[in-house]
Ligand binder design. Structure first.
Ligand SMILES: Nc1ncnc2c1ncn2[C@@H]1O[C@H](COP(=O)(O)OP(=O)(O)OP(=O)(O)O)[C@@H](O)[C@H]1O
Ligand SMILES: [Mg+2]
Length: 301
């Protein structure tokens, strides 16, 4: 399989008096068509990593290559579903207007824009809602609009930042299966951040486990569950249970990185001091519910 994305030693330090190194030398490669999930503790730098890949933030060091070419500026064939979908939809635009919006800047002709928007809305189960406004929809429906908007761009690479974190469990299962369906139909390469270990195993061909901030890759776990997945039987399978245990253990036993005010990269190799013992923090909900720490705004571009 050809390489779609190569991330090499990516590092980002947010500047200022309280400079903070959010990611500290992250490297991985994604082949075309792969669905890679990323899990990591809250605040470890997952959104920062996606923003750097999308060129919404310029990394302090390291490189991102898309199909072998260094990324400079937001790539045309990349789409992002942001963590906070409520803020990413335009409330003054209809559902169809929101989905069509990124197609306009891509100079897709009007009739084709309209057809693509309606087709994609149908695929995500929103036929009939095209003339409504986002605020007239439930949270799950709004999230479908955000997904439709990204898919309508027919991206080669789709970045999703905790796309199902704010919906109820049943809707979440439906949206997960929708994503698997779409992925099978469209053969898109997907990089999906989640704080939910089970979700990462259910959806992923592979799971990258990140350390605490500044994030580094702790483990790269292959998920050999096959393409056909089922919310009940897959989650009951021996392999699923083993993998989720392996990922949870990796996170719990991870050394503590000290990122606060840090200008350097990862300090993964340092011995934890008496106040920062890994044991002490092992019981923290490593992947507790996530509020957006980021400042994502605007459309899916
Ligand atoms: N614009 C910014 N300026 C300064 N620091 C920032 C900025 N955005 C994020 N950070 C800091 O960088 C670190 C990583 O943030 P990021 O949003 O990437 O984490 P995350 O893993 O996505 O968190 P969550 O799981 O809560 O979504 C956090 O400590 C955060 O406070
Ligand atoms: Mg985040």
């Amino acid at each position: 399989m050809p390489s779609m994305l190569e991330v090499s030693e990516l590092t980002h330090t947010y500047p200022g008096q309280q400079a903070h190194t959010a990611i500290g030398g992250v490297s991985f490669e994604v082949t075309a068509g792969q669905l890679t999930c990323i899990v990591g503790p809250s605040g470890c730098g997952k959104s920062t990593l996606l923003r750097c890949i999308a060129s919404l933030v310029t990394p302090t060091a390291g490189q991102v290559r898309l199909r072998g070419q260094p990324v400079r500026g937001v790539p045309e064939d990349l789409a992002v579903v942001f963590q906070d979908y409520g803020r990413s939809l335009f409330p003054w635009m209809s559902v169809r207007g929101n989905v069509e919006f990124p197609l306009r800047s891509r100079k897709v002709p009007r009739a084709q824009r309209r057809r693509r928007a309606l087709d994609t809305l149908e695929r995500v189960g929103l036929s009939g809602a095209e003339d409504k406004y986002p605020w007239q929809l439930s949270g799950g429906m709004q999230q479908r609009v955000a997904i439709a908007r990204a898919l309508a761009c027919e991206p080669a690479l789709l970045l999703m930042d905790e796309p199902f974190a704010s919906v109820d469990a049943q809707t979440r299962f439906e949206l997960e299966d929708l994503l698997l369906r779409v992925r099978a139909e469209q053969d898109t390469t997907i990089l999906l951040v989640t704080h939910d270990i089970d979700e990462s195993v259910y959806l992923g061909d592979r799971v990258l486990v990140l350390s605490k901030s500044p994030a580094t890759v702790l483990a790269d776990v292959e998920v050999e569950l096959g393409q056909q997945r089922d919310q009940i039987s897959t989650r009951e399978s021996e392999l699923f249970v083993r993998l989720r245990g392996e990922i949870a253990r990796t996170l719990r036993n991870a050394p503590q990185n000290r990122g606060e005010g840090d200008h350097e990269g990862s300090r993964e190799d340092e011995e934890p001091g008496p106040d920062s013992s890994g044991e002490d923090r092992a019981d923290e909900p490593a992947l507790a519910g996530s509020d957006s720490a980021g400042s994502e705004r605007g459309p899916t571009e």
